[in-house]
Design a protein around this ligand. Structure first.
Ligand code: FAD
Length: 422
């Protein structure tokens, strides 16, 4: 939490910058906004959507409608502790009551279409008008990237979205009981939380050791080394020093087909038979983004504001946006808060924009790669952007897994969930 604290210098810098440049737009909105509270529709109540919806609702200055099909929040970060059997799923779930109490109008439906010219979001039963739209719908899996996957989907849960973890846990439990080959596969970035597939392999391998499971984890990595590059060394160190007997690592290995009937994964290095598989597919923004003309694989946004390049009234935060910022919950939450600040400044007629050449701080992030139940590797990412240029990132990574970061990860989770929904 340290670097994204709302009052940190980096955030102040971002917010000062973020309130700029919308002056023209806010003047244009004035007639719409004067009579009733401006309407903000937020799509998705995950990390980014909660960041935006809560900050907007706490201001009392806008009417917030939040579209989310799930009735509660479940964290992907740290949920490996559930998959590996250390904690119940409920430890990673939170109710949306805080948002309800703040007056957010929560609608348990999916956004199915966006009509940007009419400024309307459609759901199966409603048409919701907006003055500003915040999109944080997360990711979709690119099933077509792996021929055979769609046919075997039911046996191949990815588990990189909220509430999908229980299907993965069932497979892991069966593997730990019976043994055999568990294939875990990581795609090339960009995908959600690049260290997460390694973390999953580690915590399952730890359980294999403890339960005496006969068999191995075959880690099929499309990358030449663990991702992201700054973490490769401590990940490889953990793999070799702790799990050399449990994990067979295959770097630089592309998946080309999967046959879920025969349980064979075909790769650039030959066929691999498996008893269970956790294939992390390549990812992209959900179809809603493409259909609304906001980008192809990811939404195209301007930094530092996260406004769509196609439409200044539409903001896209979280993993669906296509900047080089890490696809991290911490970054998504900070970006949601920042966007809320930008909208509120616009509504107040105080929006200004940074000038070309200004260097602005961006939401920061912390990711944790759990290595054992009690140890982790911390990756701290800070970023700046020179307006009009790609962001520049600085990584600080633990040289080796350690118990302090294991404890830090749990404390970070609790503090983030409190900031989101506590
Ligand atoms: C195993 C794992 C470990 C991770 N560990 C970390 C970590 O240590 N630190 C960290 O910072 N990040 C971590 N992450 C990454 C983090 O979970 C994501 O970056 C974060 O969830 C992104 O937030 P988001 O708002 O973009 O998407 P999400 O949090 O996925 O939220 C998207 C929401 O939108 C909803 N939605 C989707 N489509 C629609 C629609 N059409 N209409 C309405 N609602 C919709 C979904 O139901 C969902 O609730 C991890 C991820 C995984 C998978």
């Amino acid at each position: 939490m340290k670097s994204s604290h709302p009052n940190s210098p980096a955030r102040r810098l971002v917010l000062q910058a973020g309130v700029a440049g919308l002056a023209t737009l806010s003047a244009g909105c004035a007639s719409t906004l004067s009579a009733a509270k401006p309407r903000v529709v937020v799509v998705g109540a995950g990390w980014g959507g909660i960041g935006a919806a809560r900050a907007l609702a706490e201001s009392g200055k806008v009417a917030v409608t939040l579209l989310e099909p799930n009735d509660s929040f479940m964290s992907c970060p740290l949920s490996v502790l559930y998959i590996a059997g250390h904690q119940p799923a409920s430890d990673f779930q939170r109710s949306y009551k805080t948002l309800d109490d703040l007056g957010v109008q929560r609608v348990r439906e999916r956004a199915t279409a966006i009509d940007r010219s009419a400024r309307v979001v459609e759901t199966p039963t409603r048409k919701l008008s907006y003055d500003f739209l915040v999109l944080s719908p997360g990711v979709d899996y690119m099933e077509e990237a792996l021929p055979g996957y769609a046919e075997g989907r039911a046996q191949l849960p990815v588990g990189f979205r909220a509430f999908e973890q229980s299907a993965v846990k069932q497979q892991v439990d069966a593997f730990l009981a019976q043994g055999g080959n568990l294939v875990i596969a990581a795609p090339k970035p960009p995908y959600r939380c690049p260290p997460a597939p390694y973390e999953r392999a580690f915590l399952i391998a730890e359980q294999m050791k403890q339960r005496g499971t006969k068999g191995k984890i075959i880690f099929v990595d499309a990358n030449p080394a663990p991702m992201p590059p700054p973490i490769a060394k401590p990940i490889l160190h953990a793999m070799k020093s702790l799990y050399a007997q449990q994990i067979e690592y295959m770097p630089g290995t592309e998946m080309t087909r999967i046959d879920a009937g025969r349980k064979v994964l075909t790769t650039s290095k030959g066929d691999i038979g498996y008893t269970a598989a956790n294939i992390v597919l390549p990812m992209r923004a959900p179809a809603l983004i493409r259909q609304a003309g906001l980008g192809e694989r990811w939404a195209n946004v301007k930094l530092p504001t996260f406004q769509s390049e196609a439409d200044e009234r539409v903001y896209v935060v979280g993993d669906a946006q296509g900047t080089a910022l890490p696809k991290s919950g911490h970054v998504a939450f900070g970006a949601g808060q920042q966007v809320a600040g930008d909208i509120l400044a616009t509504v107040a007629g105080k929006a200004v924009r940074p000038a070309a050449g200004d260097v602005i701080g961006l939401p920061t992030g912390i990711c944790w790669a759990k290595v054992t139940k009690d140890d982790a590797i911390m990756i701290n990412v800070s970023a700046t952007v020179e307006v009009g240029q790609p962001p520049k990132m600085k990584f600080e990574v633990d040289p080796q897994y350690n118990a302090a970061s294991g404890k830090g990860a749990r404390e970070w989770g609790e503090s983030m969930w409190r900031a989101m929904l506590g």
